[in-house]
Ligand binder design. Structure first.
Ligand SMILES: Nc1ncnc2c1ncn2[C@@H]1O[C@H](COP(=O)(O)OP(=O)(O)O)[C@@H](O)[C@H]1O
Ligand SMILES: [Mg+2]
Length: 404
């Protein structure tokens, strides 16, 4: 039977040789332009190779400047080296992203990783009913059982609202007699330097044993990083050097983020490919800016606490249903549904929802209008979304699908 020609028959991979190299999750095997940071890291972690206690490390810098990539690279390298050294204890790296989590949830997740079970498994540490002290005791027990050196990487630690308790206890576990066979080092990574000021002085002293700051990249540094990626990602000759310098220049001027620069390049490639063109040029990068901007809304949303995001999603749903502008009480009801369907216990007080609404307004996600109910009534606020509804839904989907 003669059907249509396949709608895909003309689609060929002309531009990209290996597009995964431009993915958000891609872990580069080569780190460029971060020699000083790498050597500071080497100094802090070298003790592990001699069976000594690791130093605690605090890493900070804006989003997209290589904090996670460099940390992962360092820990891979350290694990490789430690395996070859007699004096080194067995090294375990526990990596946790704290975004949307509490100190208790963080410990719980670390315990489950050690038990090698998912969060809903029968043997998983309970979600509630136990105290922080119980969680710490269980955690120490699990560390002792295995023994060796543990490096706890707490990425995006600035999202923990109650970081003090955790960060006070963990580095002192050995000195306080909770650990004997196990040694612990904490690596805290923050997008936000002011997080430091929210810590108790005693916590600062221990966690900030070594501080490594990551500055924004300039255009030359971004060019080097991009140029290297292009070699792997694109077919030879299909990415113009003008496209690379344009991406580097735009990202340097805006945020200094390698993530943004890579996004521009990938999106420019998409645009060229969609049009059936065989070379990505500076022009495509110019056009990519709008699309990437939308993607960056996702990053900004991702930087919010989990409940902040759920409140924002609730406002988006109401907007989508034609119900906005809308009052906080109504938002709360929708938020509760959103939270439940995301598998999270909702915050219970209207006040806490109003606090999130206030924060989201301040950050420019929402618009707030003051209303007056006339003589009898009081003053109240109505909220509406100042972002594109679809952008919020897309962002939330992307964020949820990345949660582990
Ligand atoms: N120095 C670098 N060399 C190579 N790739 C880098 C470098 N810095 C950042 N990247 C890449 O840029 C993106 C953002 O880096 P990431 O480590 O996630 O930033 P952060 O954790 O600081 O937000 C990632 O894709 C990462 O692989
Ligand atoms: Mg990161």
């Amino acid at each position: 039977m003669a059907g249509n020609p396949s709608p895909f028959s003309d689609v060929t991979e002309t531009l990209f040789a290996d597009k995964t190299v431009l993915d958000e999750e891609y872990q580069p095997s080569t780190i460029l332009e971060r020699d000083a940071e790498i050597s500071a890291y080497t100094n802090a972690l070298r003790h592990v190779l001699f069976g000594r206690n690791p130093q605690n490390v605090f890493v900070y810098g804006k989003a997209g400047v290589g904090k996670t990539a460099v940390t992962q690279y360092m820990l891979d390298a350290l694990q490789g080296e430690a395996a070859d050294r007699e004096e080194a204890d067995e090294l375990h790296v526990l990596f946790h992203n704290c975004n949307g989590d509490s100190a208790y949830g963080t410990l719980r997740s670390l315990i489950n990783t050690l038990r090698d079970v998912g969060p809903d498994h029968d043997d998983a540490f309970p979600k509630k009913g136990l105290s922080m002290g119980d969680a710490l005791e269980t955690f120490y027990g699990a560390l002792e059982e295995r023994g060796g050196t543990f490096l706890l990487v707490l990425d995006e630690i600035d999202h923990l609202s109650d970081a003090n308790s955790l960060l006070y206890e963990l580095p002192r576990a050995r000195a306080n007699g909770h650990l004997d066979r196990a040694k612990v080092g904490v690596i805290g990574i923050s997008n936000n330097y002011t997080f430091r000021d929210s810590l108790a002085p005693k916590v600062k002293d221990t966690l900030m044993e070594t501080e490594i700051s990551f500055s924004p990249y300039d255009a030359d540094e971004l060019y080097t990083i991009l140029d290297h990626r292009v070699e792997q990602a694109f077919v030879d000759g299909s990415c113009d050097s003008g496209a690379i310098s344009k991406s580097a220049a735009l990202a340097a001027r805006d945020t200094g983020s390698a993530r943004q620069a890579i996004d521009l390049l990938r999106t420019g490639g998409d645009i060229a490919e969609e049009r059936g063109e065989s070379v990505v040029t500076a022009q495509h990068i110019d056009e990519a800016q709008d699309r990437v901007q939308r993607g960056r809304a996702t990053d900004k949303i991702r930087d919010q606490t989990r409940h902040g995001q759920l409140v924002l999603e609730a406002v988006a749903r109401l907007e989508d249903a034609g119900e906005s502008p809308v009052r906080s009480k109504r938002i709360q009801a929708t938020y509760e549904e959103v939270a439940r369907s995301a598998g999270t216990d909702p915050l219970t007080t209207l006040k806490s929802i109003q606090n999130h609404l206030g924060d989201l307004t301040m950050l420019g996600f929402l618009n707030r209008t003051e209303r007056n109910e006339g003589q009898s009534g009081g003053v109240y606020y109505e909220y509406e979304l100042s972002l594109d509804v679809e952008a919020v839904f897309e962002a939330r989907e992307a964020i949820e699908s990345q949660r582990t």
